[in-house]
Design a protein around this ligand. Structure first.
Ligand code: FAD
Length: 402
C-alpha cells in the first residue's frame, strides 16, 4: 500500500515525492509516462557527449532563498547569468532592449537619460490600452514594436498582439542602462551536473518507487494508494468533460556541429525571419568544454505536447470550470503547470509544491517567492511571482524568450 500515487516526475511531482518520503516518512509511488524523470527540465548527454536540454533551454533563476536552499540539498551549482541577443536588421543586439540595443540599431550614442527621452519621443499615445499591441506601442512606439515584438508574438502564439489581451503583458521590458542580463534575480545558476542528476538525487530514497513509461491510468486500479498527487493536464484528468484546454506547443530540432562554437550568444532570437523563434547553444548554459557544439531550434506549433497555456480570457474561463471540478475532488491534489493551467517557472513550481506539502501536513504556510524585478521574458514564459506562493500569471506577449 502506497500512501501517495504521484502522477508526473517533473518538478511538482518530484519535490512532493521527496518531501513526503523524507519529511513525513510516507510511501510514495511516482509514475511518468515519459521514459525519464525531470519533466520538461530533463537534460541528457547526446550522442556526441554534450549535455543538452531535450525540451528546450531551462535556466534556473529565483529570488526565493528558500527555494534555492531547498534545491541546493540535491545539487551543487554553477553560477550563470543568462544573455540573449535578437537578430534584427541584420545585426545582433541585446534583448531586453537596452541602451546598447538602441545605439547599435540606429548608430547613435545616446546616454541613459537621452534614451528615456528617445522612448518618450517614439511612444504613441494610446487612449485606451486594450491589447498587447497597445501596451508595447504606447511605451516604445510602432517601429520598435514591429522590429522586435509583432512578428515574434505571431510566431510564438499564432496570434497577433492586437488579439492578445493587454493584461497578458503589464509592462514592456526595456532598460535605459547597459545591463544585458536576461534576468535580474538574486539567484541565477545551473545545476552543476545537470537537472536530471538533481532529480535523481531528490528521488533517491527507500520510500520512493519510480515507474517510468507508465501512464497512471494503466495502474491506478491495480496499485493500492491512499491519495493522489496529479501533475498532468487537468482537462485530461476529467476526460475533457468541458472540452480541451488550448495549449501552444513546440517542436525542437536538435543539431550537433563539428566546431567549437555556433553563435556568439547563448540564445539568439529571430523575431522576423525563419519559422523558428530562437536558437540555443547549450555549452554556454552548462559551461561544458567540447570540440563540438550542440544547438536547438524551436518551432512553435498548434499541435503536440502541451507547453504554453494560451493566455486568452475564454481559456481562463474554461479552466475555471475544471478548477471547480478539481476543488470538489479532495482526494486528489492538483499541482504544477499542467494541473493548474498556468505558465510557471521552475522556481514557482518548487514553491507551489512546497506549499502543497505544508498544506498536506496541516501547516498554514504559503511559501513566498519574492516578486521579481527580472525582465519578463514573454512568449516562452517566465511568469512573474507575486510574493505569496500563489503565483501570478505569466505574461504571454512574445516579445522574446528566456
Ligand atoms: C521551452 C520551455 C522552456 C522553459 N524554460 C524555463 C527556464 O528557462 N526557466 C524556468 O524556470 N522555467 C522554464 N520553463 C518552465 C518549466 O519547464 C516548468 O516550470 C516546469 O517544468 C514545470 O514542472 P511541472 O512538474 O509542473 O511540469 P512538467 O515538467 O511538465 O512535468 C509533468 C510530468 O507529468 C507527466 N504526465 C502527464 N500526464 C501524465 C499521465 N497521464 N501519466 C503519467 N505521467 C504524466 C509528464 O510526462 C511530465 O513529465 C520552460 C518551459 C518550456 C516549455
Amino acid at each position: 500500500m502506497f500512501d501517495y500515487l504521484i502522477v508526473g516526475a517533473g518538478f511538482a511531482g518530484s519535490v512532493l515525492a521527496e518531501r513526503l518520503a523524507r519529511g513525513s516518512d510516507k510511501k510514495v509511488l511516482i509514475c511518468d509516462r515519459r521514459p525519464h524523470v525531470g519533466g520538461n527540465a530533463y537534460d541528457h548527454y547526446n550522442e556526441a557527449g554534450i549535455l543538452v536540454h531535450k525540451y528546450g533551454p531551462h535556466i534556473f533563476h529565483t529570488n526565493s532563498r528558500e527555494v534555492f536552499e531547498y534545491l541546493s540539498r540535491f545539487t551543487e551549482w554553477r553560477s550563470y547569468q543568462h544573455r540573449v541577443m535578437a537578430h534584427v536588421d541584420g545585426q545582433l543586439v541585446p534583448i531586453p532592449i537596452n541602451l546598447d540595443t538602441i545605439n547599435k540599431l540606429y548608430g547613435l550614442s545616446l546616454t541613459s537619460f537621452q534614451l528615456e527621452e528617445f522612448f518618450r519621443s517614439v511612444a504613441e499615445p494610446v487612449e485606451q490600452v486594450r491589447t498587447s499591441e497597445d501596451v508595447v506601442v504606447s511605451r516604445v512606439g510602432r517601429e520598435l514594436y514591429e522590429k522586435f515584438f509583432r512578428n515574434y508574438t505571431r510566431k510564438q502564439w499564432g496570434l497577433d498582439p492586437s488579439e492578445l489581451d493587454a493584461s497578458v503583458t503589464s509592462r514592456v521590458p526595456t532598460r535605459t542602462n547597459r545591463d544585458a542580463r536576461y534576468f535580474t534575480d538574486t539567484y541565477q545558476a545551473m545545476p552543476l551536473n545537470g537537472f536530471t542528476r538533481m532529480f535523481e538525487n531528490m528521488l533517491d530514497h527507500p520510500n520512493i518507487k519510480v515507474l517510468l513509461n507508465c501512464d497512471y491510468q494503466e495502474i491506478e486500479r491495480d496499485v493500492p494508494f491512499r491519495e493522489m498527487i496529479y501533475t498532468g493536464p487537468v482537462d485530461s484528468f476529467f476526460d475533457y468533460r468541458y472540452g480541451k484546454l488550448p495549449y501552444r506547443s513546440l517542436e525542437f530540432k536538435h543539431e550537433t556541429h563539428d566546431r567549437e562554437q555556433f553563435q556568439s550568444a547563448p540564445v539568439v532570437n529571430y523575431p522576423n525571419e525563419h519559422l523558428y523563434t530562437r536558437v540555443t547553444e547549450f555549452k554556454y548554459l552548462t559551461g561544458q568544454e567540447h570540440s563540438k557544439t550542440s544547438i536547438v531550434y524551436e518551432f512553435p506549433r498548434d499541435e503536440g505536447d502541451p507547453y504554453y497555456p494560451v493566455p486568452r480570457k475564454e481559456n481562463g474561463e474554461l479552466y475555471a470550470k475544471y478548477k471547480a471540478l478539481a476543488d470538489s475532488t479532495p482526494e486528489v491534489h492538483f499541482v504544477g503547470r499542467l494541473a493548474t493551467y498556468r505558465y510557471y517557472n521552475m522556481d514557482q513550481i518548487v514553491a507551489q509544491a512546497l506549499t502543497t506539502y505544508a498544506k498536506i501536513r496541516g501547516e498554514r504556510r504559503a511559501l513566498a517567492v519574492v516578486a521579481q524585478t527580472q525582465y519578463r521574458s514573454n512568449g516562452h514564459g517566465h511568469g512573474n511571482s507575486n510574493g505569496t506562493g500563489r503565483l501570478a500569471p505569466s505574461s504571454g506577449l512574445a516579445v522574446t524568450n528566456p
